[in-house]
Design a protein around this ligand. Sequence first.
Ligand SMILES: Nc1nc2c(ncn2[C@@H]2O[C@H](COP(=O)(O)OP(=O)(O)OP(=O)(O)O)[C@@H](O)[C@H]2O)c(=O)[nH]1
Ligand SMILES: [Mg+2]
Length: 509
Amino acid sequence: MTLDNNRLVIPLANLHEEIQRAGQAELAQKIQDIQRRVEDGLTEVYVAFCGLFSAGKSSLINALTKTSQLATGAVPTTAEVAAVRYETPSGAVVLLDTPGVDSTDEAHQAATEAALHMSDVVFFVMDYQHVESEENMELARSFVDRGKTLYLVVNQVDKHVDWELSFAEFQQRVEQTFSDYGIVYEKIYYTSTKTSAVNEINELVEELHRLAVDGHEVVCNSVLRTVESLTEQFVSTVFEPKLQAVENALYDTVGFVPFDEAEANEWICERNEKLATLRESVNREQESISKTYDALHEDVRRLVDLAQISPYETTEKGRLYVESLRQNFKVGFLGSKQKTAAERERRLQAFLEDLTDRTEKYLVWPLQSRLREWVDNTPWANSEWRNDIDTVGVSIEAALCRDLVNPGALSSDQYPYQYVKDVVGKVKSGVLASVNRVLDLWNEHVCEFRAELERSRQPEVDALQNEVDAIRRWVSLTAEQQGELTRLLDPVHNVFSTCEGGSSCPTSM
Ligand SMILES: Nc1nc2c(ncn2[C@@H]2O[C@H](COP(=O)(O)OP(=O)(O)OP(=O)(O)O)[C@@H](O)[C@H]2O)c(=O)[nH]1
Ligand SMILES: [Mg+2]
């Protein structure tokens, strides 16, 4: 297989330029380092020996290469990354000795950090006695997070003494701990640079040979993952300030930041459902207020309509009054004008009194009682409204009864009945007008109450809406970030996806 390096070199050069232009010199340099490796042919696998200080990284490389070229010691020793070529029958593997990552010297840590992007595989070396330490677990996780292929090397196993627990039990415990921490690794080796019955240093040698055999595949995989990881770091740095602001807003409103877009969308759905329920409940309550009020209106209208205020006796009095207005109506043998007029007035008053009495008893009182009952039984009605109810009623004036007479119809036998109907109609519309005045007054309060109900829920609606807006801003910013990552990585991915060996290697011929 021959690598068509140019296909990957150009996208990497473009990526380097863009990252350099954005002022991220360190990341740009790392991309350029990878570009150089690609130009050199991507043949040798770089194995970085990483771990806490004094785990035995340098000693292990010395033992593997059967040399003592690297300095070793009980205090933090290795200060800089050193590359050692290790020849196998299938080709060379480059072993990178790195300073301990927990070295108190910051320059040591920086050196390891700077070399990691050049490694294809990490041999994570641990001292037998500190394997299960928190620091080791966190360090292992950080390698996994960077997309590194991880091999675990538990070194110095010559320190194991069987009387506490058997070696098999120790192995089981170590493997369980890594599994509990969810750390994914390729293989685990138990080694020693001294003499030990459980030493797997020869198996480690075989692993190096295998890596040399699979060299091209291993390097291609690693280059792709490292470029992805470095580009992710670049994009994260660019988006960091904006994302921080958006996430702060999320903490202020929601209290949490979603794990991913799916969770964010779930949160949006939940809140939208709550908003819909809230709006529905406000609408329902407002409708219920309107319905109660409308029902009262309707009741009042029906009460007025059906009120019987002119039974037979009343109608008779009305009829007698109307008949007394006919020209041929005379009182006494001589038909004295005064007597006739007095009789007419007496009949009018009799009709008036009767009608007034019945209007009070059968129309006004029932109406007032219905209104009071409504005020008492409507939770949101104001008890002061009871005072308005006293204004309901009508005063039936004699002038009204006189004015309603149609002189042209007096001679008709049926007219007295029509006359009574006219008077009753006028009285009822007077009463209805007085009730409507009260209902109109109350309606202003009803409208205000409906608006108040909406206002009272507004803070809850606003809070939910703010949460939805904050989550949406997060979704849109993370989508933008993802889009930027895709834009930058697409040319690199295209080279890998169209290559002969599938996604794992750039095009070969
Ligand atoms: N018992 C025992 N001691 C070992 C073994 N490997 C290394 N040591 C000792 O552990 C100490 C540290 O070894 P180094 O190889 O310097 O460790 P390192 O991981 O390179 O340390 P730094 O470079 O400081 O990060 C030295 O004193 C070694 O002699 C081993 O397999 N068994
Ligand atoms: Mg060392």
